[in-house]
Design a protein around this ligand. Structure first.
Ligand SMILES: C[S@@+](CC[C@H](N)C(=O)[O-])C[C@H]1O[C@@H](n2cnc3c(N)ncnc32)[C@H](O)[C@@H]1O
Length: 253
């Protein structure tokens, strides 16, 4: 039997999620070496092209040095500053354990990388996306158009989180890349914004709903989602272009 060697690259801090996806999709591979940012494995698959269905790593390289960028998404034409790496968006969706019947809310949607990832690769029922910036809404519109998702499966509108006008308690998951106050906004502005997120979660999340949040405002998250009411867990610390946000999973107690 002939085997081929491949090298997977990923964001530091995301190894466990990348391993999970790799083992689920390719249970027969043999891992040769693994560290914080690379996994080398052997497989019977002859072509590196086969691995394009891995979405959590950032790159894959074959033994001839041919590299495929696994973070690239053909539907991502609209961009915003501080947009999330699509591989990390995929990981947030994995962490949220999305199901077919889920309704997801991203109230800081930017160009809607997270909601589109949830619809396209996890086939969830519906997403609600909002953002304060009109540029973000235009970028989102463009991406939704290119990806070709039916309009009945998403709702997209411009709103400050402080006055989002939705009231139905039917959200299963809030998955979002929050403003960190570094590239966008500042810390004092974030306090009100994060408080509004907590109030919104209280109002809209179903009983067994949860939040998966990416942020560098680690102290603020724990202050706002008080331990008397919420269970807050940090799952990973990720190196995303020199910043070190954490992935938080938050559930109602
Ligand atoms: C880190 S970015 C999210 C980027 C997005 N995940 C993406 O990949 O395109 C944070 C977003 O929060 C939005 N934002 C900041 N303050 C807000 C507020 N008060 N209400 C709603 N959105 C806000 C910004 O416009 C920005 O698009």
């Amino acid at each position: 039997m002939i085997e081929f060697t491949y090298k997977l690259k990923f964001l530091r801090g995301t190894l466990k999620f990348v391993s999970q996806e790799l083992k689920e999709k390719y249970p027969d591979i043999e891992i040769i070496e693994e560290n914080e940012f690379e996994t080398v494995f052997r497989s019977e698959e002859e072509s590196v092209e086969k691995f394009r269905n891995l979405y959590s790593p950032t790159h894959i390289e074959d033994s001839h040095g041919r590299v495929i960028n696994l973070s690239r998404r053909e539907w991502r034409k609209g961009f915003v500053p501080a947009g999330i790496n699509p591989s990390l968006a995929y990981i947030l969706c994995m962490v949220a354990k999305l199901k077919k019947e889920d309704i997801l809310l991203d109230p800081f949607c930017g160009s809607s990388v997270i909601p589109i990832t949830a619809l396209k690769y996890f086939n969830i029922k519906r997403v609600i996306c909002s953002d304060i910036s009109s540029k973000a809404i235009s970028a989102s519109k463009e991406n939704f158009k290119v990806v070709g998702i039916e309009e009945s499966r998403y709702k997209l509108f411009r709103s400050d989180i402080k006055n989002i006008k939705i009231s139905k308690r039917n959200i299963d998951k809030i998955v979002s890349n929050l403003p960190y106050g570094i590239r966008v906004g500042d810390h004092s502005g974030n306090v009100e914004v994060y408080k509004s997120l907590e109030l919104l979660a209280k109002k809209l999340l179903r009983k067994k709903g949860l939040l998966v949040l990416l942020t560098q405002e680690k102290k603020l998250i724990r202050e706002v989602f008080r331990r008397e009411e919420w269970n807050v867990k940090s799952l990973a610390r990720v190196n995303e272009g020199g910043l070190f946000p954490e992935i938080f999973v938050i559930r109602k107690k």
